[in-house]
Design a binder for this molecule. Structure first.
Ligand code: NAD
Length: 507
């Protein structure tokens, strides 16, 4: 691998990371990685075959035997060292993300920092892995619970958070004593190798963390490999469903987080300046390519008439530019295809009768004519039968849906097939409390538009936003990456001897 801070003319070759180093083996297929701000590609990434995945699993399985038996103190030291290195190099990692994903520098740095919080949570592993002990559950009999690693586990991750989403997974999986194989998105794969490098520098034994790059071939090899005990996935809903079905059929433990269509409800009594700031930040941050982005702005009663002018005022000040440019609020979309897709949704919204108040389609960024830029778009009078309401757009398109009453807004959310995040804006504590109780969504914000839980809580949606039982990180993450065992023990005294065919009764 050449340096990742080379000039645009230099070609970077990104290989898999197996056995603690870049993989030297022959590569049958390669993918091109683009800079979305320029439309140029100067990175080629290796695509794994079934044989490459098998090689990674063998190396991981051998490493896991020792790592799983390493003391809690040894594992904790590695996590602390990694935390320090990541903190030291976070700007470097953020620059890599901006180059391949397109998000603005501050947002990329924020992503690394949110990932870092999970590493910090994982540093508490001795506390997190504590079991329970009951003395004398019967006369002279004790009982205790322990949690053990699963073995080799894998993570398959999306393009939109190339550093943070993998960090929802591998710090906890590794802290729990597993070996982890990461299959990052082929669109922005460099952050994965950089993490591998830093983990090695932190003293993680070789083979405990591996990276296999690629597409469906690599993913299917992971799903079919008998040596992988569990799979964590984050990505779009159709693929999440596929991963869950295939993975569980192959006997694996699976958590598969899918897409989203997040609603933000604004009641007429809300602080409209706060609601406008929040709608614009959450609708257009990262060009709308966040699974927690606000996509449907549901205004109740006359809230829309007060809110929309304030939103337009703020949108007029947004600067869409390359993520490296100072003052840029929003970068380009990730690929040419995705740009065309999102633009197509704006066309469709207009054709289906929604009122396009702000049109970002004509935006040109001087000097970056081949970049995948789309300016922020705002629709009013969007209805539930329109494609822009029904589909996940994953771009800078905010749709105002007018509801007459709170119940009408709630019914929209209840009927929606996705249920990742949701928010309510109001100054009425009773209304907010009722909302949090009855809304069927995994993560709820009250006057907070993107309610992403901290690392010590768990992150995950309901309905088509999650297949499986466990959310990621927090206690549920520890639970997902370990298996429970309960020991009942007695150190026999003579009076306990003798055959008894009855079901043991605790005395
Ligand atoms: P994606 O589903 O296209 O890709 C995710 C991963 O699956 C990638 O590693 C990709 O290589 C792999 N993949 C793609 N097609 C595949 C196929 N046919 N068979 C097997 N594997 C395949 O998602 P994306 O476009 O990278 O990311 C955006 C999506 O992720 C959005 O839908 C977004 O809502 C979702 N997302 C959800 C969360 C969440 O927490 N729920 C978080 C981030 C992103």
């Amino acid at each position: 691998m050449t340096s990742t801070t080379q000039t645009t003319l230099e070609l970077t070759i990104l290989r898999h990371w197996i056995g603690g180093k870049p993989h030297e083996g022959s590569v049958e297929r390669w993918g091109d990685v683009y800079n979305p701000a320029t439309g140029e590609s100067n990175t080629r990434v290796a695509f794994a075959t079934e044989a490459t995945v098998d090689e990674a699993v063998r190396s991981a399985a051998a490493a896991q035997k020792k790592w799983g038996a390493a003391s809690l103190a040894q594992r904790t030291r590695v996590m602390f060292a990694y935390r320090q290195l990541l903190d030291k190099h976070k700007a470097e990692m953020a620059a890599m993300i901006t180059r391949e994903h397109g998000k603005v520098a501050a947002d990329a740095l924020g992503e690394v920092s949110r990932g870092l919080e999970v590493v910090e949570f994982a540093c508490g592993l001795p506390q997190l892995l504590k079991g329970e002990f009951s003395e004398n559950v019967s006369t002279d009999v004790d009982s205790y619970s322990i949690r053990q690693p699963l073995g080799v586990v894998a993570g398959i991750t999306p393009f939109n958070f190339p550093a943070m989403v993998p960090m929802w997974m591998y710090p906890l999986a590794i802290a729990c004593g597993n070996a982890f194989i990461l299959k990052p998105s082929e669109k922005d794969p460099s952050a994965a190798n950089f993490s591998a490098q830093l983990l090695a520098e932190a003293g993680l034994p070789e083979g405990v963390f591996s990276v296999v790059h690629g597409d469906k071939v690599a993913v299917d090899a992971i799903l079919n490999h008998p040596g992988i005990a569990a799979v964590s996935f984050v990505g779009s809903t159709p693929i999440a469903r596929y991963i869950y079905e295939m993975g569980t059929k192959a006997g694996k433990r699976v958590q598969a987080l899918g897409g989203a269509k997040n609603h933000m409800v604004v009641l007429p009594d809300a602080d409209m300046d706060l609601a406008a700031d929040s709608a614009v930040s959450a609708g257009f941050g990262s060009a709308g390519e966040r699974c927690m982005a606000i996509s449907a702005l549901v205004t109740v009663g006359d809230a829309a008439d007060k809110l929309i002018p304030k939103i337009r005022e703020r949108m007029a000040k947004l600067k869409t530019a390359p993520g490296t440019e100072p003052g840029a609020d929003m970068g380009p979309l990730v690929t040419k295809e995705h740009h065309a897709r999102v633009k197509g949704y704006v066309d469709k919204g207009e054709a289906e009768g929604a009122k396009l108040l702000v049109d970002g389609r004509a935006l040109k960024v001087p000097g970056h004519e081949n970049g995948y830029f789309l300016g922020p778009c705002l629709f009013d009078n969007v209805t539930r039968d329109m494609t822009i309401y029904k589909d996940e757009i994953f771009g800078p398109v905010l749709s105002v849906v007018r509801a007459k009453t709170y119940m009408e807004a709630m019914e929209l959310i209840q009927a929606n097939p996705w249920a990742n995040g949701v928010a309510i804006f109001t100054n009425d504590g009773g209304a907010a409390r009722r909302f949090q109780n009855e809304v069927p969504v995994g993560m709820v914000g009250i006057n907070v538009p993107i309610p992403v839980p901290m690392a010590y809580y768990s992150f995950g949606g309901w309905k088509n936003s999650l297949f499986g039982d466990s959310h990621v990180h927090g206690k549920e993450g520890i639970h997902f990456y370990t298996r429970g065992k309960v020991v009942t023990s007695r150190w026999p005294e003579p009076h306990h001897r003798g055959v008894n065919l009855g079901f043991p009764e605790m005395k």
